[in-house]
Design a protein around this ligand. Structure first.
Ligand SMILES: [Zn+2]
Length: 495
């Protein structure tokens, strides 16, 4: 079946960059785009009227941690100083012998209700991403059971995903005084790695090739050098990309310098892991970052030489008082910048806006991180990171992953007059403005509704799960705190 979308604005593509067509058309047949231009002469079976709206490639989210992220609601505006601005350690590092509750990513497989939690997280994740116009996402490091849940929902709801269970050689735990220490588990890491390879072999190319595998050694500091070497070998054999959190965390950076006398990026290079198929999660705390005080650092040069990408998660790191320093240096070095939502909200308009504004502020340059730059990072940046020249763009031969965005403000004055649609989306847009989502030529969301998803019920279930998680913090928190002790209310709670 051949479908034509007639839009107010079409984001087209030419020689590696986006273009704009005013009052243009996009035509797709099956799962492929066949034409983009001012008009189309051939016959079509169906026409979608997107008059006045922006027709664009779907976003590529290169840093998704599945779930509704209830526990992350505890770490806004707060955090232990001894975690150096990584408050995620507060909600992921338990007292020794305990496991965080409320997040199926940390639930024991045999714990009561483990599967229910997984299902809720999977549906919430995929629905939330589609609702915000993300047509391709990469999940970074959740365990096998979570990946299985996501796979089911990706299949059912029709998203495109890179999935693969994360692996590491042991996690951080807290001792009885709340101090971080490593709980090494090399054998467990190898088991997880084997499981990841098996999962990838099984799912790569499934769901009509909407699902591809990816290898995720979770963090540079939590994997042994041998495990990272095996990852590179497996990626070459399986021909799948790699993603790893690195240069993302002060503790990680200094731990690796102390252990190896190398920065995280230098370490990854020294063991041959880096390549154009590698996306470094965050990669903002590189050796050249003035905050690191690492004399003579050349991480960006190394990353550029190897054609590495980063998944920049602007909203999440801004909440921790950080940003990417700086867009111009990364791009000059040849580092490909892709965007990720990491936590919440999965609103890509907001992600682009924060990326742009912080890029300008930190670069002290109004030309830095332009609307065009951040829009390309949100689309083509992710496609490049995944080695896909058929994603992130509307061009003949590309997959028909298309979003239709209403820039009328629907009864509000939020957009005001729209001249340049990309600048308007970055400055005034919200995720809810995405009205229609097409993945692989199939309409997966229409007028904001995703067939098979009850948004209100989902949100209510997530609220309930959140209340439970917040109430049970003391069971496992490293310092034995209640939610209120960890995360005081913004204003005194009156009774
Ligand atoms: Zn992450």
């Amino acid at each position: 079946m051949r479908t034509l979308i007639r839009g107010g604005w079409i984001v087209g593509h030419q020689e590696g960059h986006h273009t704009l067509w005013r009052d243009g058309v996009v035509v797709f047949e099956g799962g492929s785009i066949v034409h983009v231009g001012a008009d189309f002469d051939g016959a079509v079976d169906r026409e979608i009227d997107a008059g006045g709206m922006v027709v664009a490639p779907g976003f590529v989210d290169m840093h998704v941690h599945g779930g509704h992220r209830a526990s992350h609601r505890l770490i806004t505006d707060t955090g232990r100083p001894d975690y150096f601005g990584q408050p995620f350690l507060e909600i992921s590092v338990p007292r020794e012998g305990k496991r965080p509750t409320g997040d199926p990513r940390y639930t024991r497989p045999d714990q009561a209700g483990a599967t229910e939690g997984t299902d809720l997280h999977a549906t919430f994740t995929v629905a939330d991403l589609l609702r915000n116009g993300v047509t391709t996402f990469m999940e970074i490091g959740s365990q096998l059971r979570v990946q299985e849940g996501l796979l089911k929902e990706v299949d059912r709801l029709g998203a495109r995903a890179y999935l693969g269970p994360g692996f590491d050689s042991g996690r951080w735990v807290a001792d009885d005084q709340g101090r971080l220490k490593r709980a090494l588990d090399e054998a467990g890491g190898w088991r997880e790695f084997e499981g990841a390879v098996d999962f990838i072999k099984r799912v790569d190319g499934s769901c009509d090739d909407r699902v591809r595998g990816i290898l995720i050694p979770r963090e540079s500091e939590s994997c042994t050098v041998d495990l990272l070497r095996a990852t590179r070998k497996a990626a070459d054999e399986l021909k799948v990309p790699i993603s790893i959190h690195a240069a993302y965390n002060f503790i990680e950076f200094f731990e690796l310098v102390m252990e190896h006398r190398m920065s995280p990026v230098e370490l990854l290079e020294s063991i041959g892991l880096l390549g154009p198929d590698v996306t470094i999660g965050h990669g903002n705390l590189v050796a050249e970052n003035p905050q690191m005080n690492f004399a003579g650092g050349r991480d960006l040069e190394i990353m550029g030489e190897h054609g590495v990408s980063i998944s920049h998660c602007p909203v999440n790191i801004a909440r921790r008082g950080r940003c990417l320093d700086s867009w111009e240096r990364y791009r000059k070095a040849g580092v490909n910048i892709a965007l990720g939502s990491d936590t919440y909200p999965r609103d890509f308009m907001m992600q682009m806006r924060i990326a742009s504004y912080f890029g300008k502020v930190i670069g002290r340059n109004l030309h830095a991180a332009s609307a065009a730059d951040v829009f390309e990072a949100a689309t083509l940046g992710g496609a490049r990171a995944l080695g896909r020249d058929d994603l992130g763009r509307l061009a003949p031969g590309a997959r028909a992953d298309i979003i239709i965005v209403d820039v009328s403000g629907r009864g509000t004055l939020r957009y005001g007059p729209v001249r340049d649609p990309i600048k308007s989306l970055v400055e005034c847009g919200i995720g809810d403005d995405v009205r229609t989502v097409i993945v692989d030529g199939v309409v997966r969301m229409e007028d904001g509704r995703i067939p098979g998803v009850d948004m209100e019920a989902l949100r209510a279930q997530a609220q309930e799960a959140g209340e439970h998680a917040w109430d049970h913090l003391q069971d496992w928190d490293a310092l034995g705190r209640t939610a209120e002790e960890m995360s005081p209310w913004s204003f005194p709670l009156m009774k």
